[in-house]
Design a protein around this ligand. Sequence first.
Ligand code: 9MR
Length: 346
Amino acid sequence: MRKNRLRLVGAAAAILVATGIGAPAQAQDKQPTLADLAERHGRYYGSATDNPELVDEPYKAILGSEFDQITPGNGMKWYATEPEQGVFDFSQGDEIVNLARANRQKVRGHTLVWHSQLPDWLTSREWTAPELRAVLKKHIQTEVRHYRGKVFAWDVVNEAFNEDGTYRETIFYKTLGPGYIADSLRWARQADPKVKLYLNDYNIEAVGPKSDAYYTLAKQLKAQRVPLDGIGLQAHLALQYGYPTTLEDNLRRFSRLGLDTALTEVDIRMILPATEEKLAQQADWYRDVTEACLAVRRCVGITLWDYTDKYSWIPAFFDGEGAALPWDEQLAPKPAYFAIREALRK
Ligand code: 9MR
């Protein structure tokens, strides 16, 4: 550990070493957590979590100790927060925020505008453009105001593009046109001048038509002075589809636009059964993903889409696939966990 510390350069490292000297002996003997290791690079290392899981004490213990950032997997989505029009319920999101506060973790807000997990009252009728604009504005601003000072970033619009880079034909796009994205960002900014505002999507890790669409949009938004701070790359990867080798270049091109990036929902699934070979390959990918983020200064942090296979969304969505996370179903660390540590120790 000391050797690694010495390898670090700069003022931040000096401060870490200095505070280490003053810390109690016990704390020094303890293995640094993923969060500790990430912090040395000025990054966070986080996990998604979900309200039903919070009764699982062993699960909660690792969630609270290993990570310095959490994201609610579902609790801040529209169906949960505005179940009836104009009637807001922040109880699930608040539970996550309170947990984070108890563990001194940061929270990413997820998500304000998305075509999925919308309440029935919103999807079961037709809206005129002025009606839907008002509904959208109120939803965004009420939620952002509620969590002002409690979340450091928002996924304002989630999954706005198709694989070929065309706009996804969501209720918002169809009724309001592509301008709903800029409007959503502006409304969010009005409600919280400080929070970081992100667009977030999957399959945009590599350079390609979908990430190009974000690049083009981000450039336009910047030129129009629309408040946009970052791009969230979900990074739901799958061994059978190959590694996104242009990830680092892709992160870098967004940096050059003056944007932060974050890996927001990382998991690396495989076709089951999970063999030793596949778990080793998965570990390599986790290492590579971590190194890619560390290589680009404005990649601010990494969030796993929950940390254990016990609570992964994968088996329910992809038949015969799973084992996507660095901890197994018994909450034991897998090779991927040690590979992440190695990458963060460099
Ligand atoms: O983890 C979430 C899972 O519990 C939900 O059932 C699912 C519904 O679509 O959403 C999951 O989270 C998604 C996230 O909000 C956006 N990116 C894709 C994630 C996986 O579906």
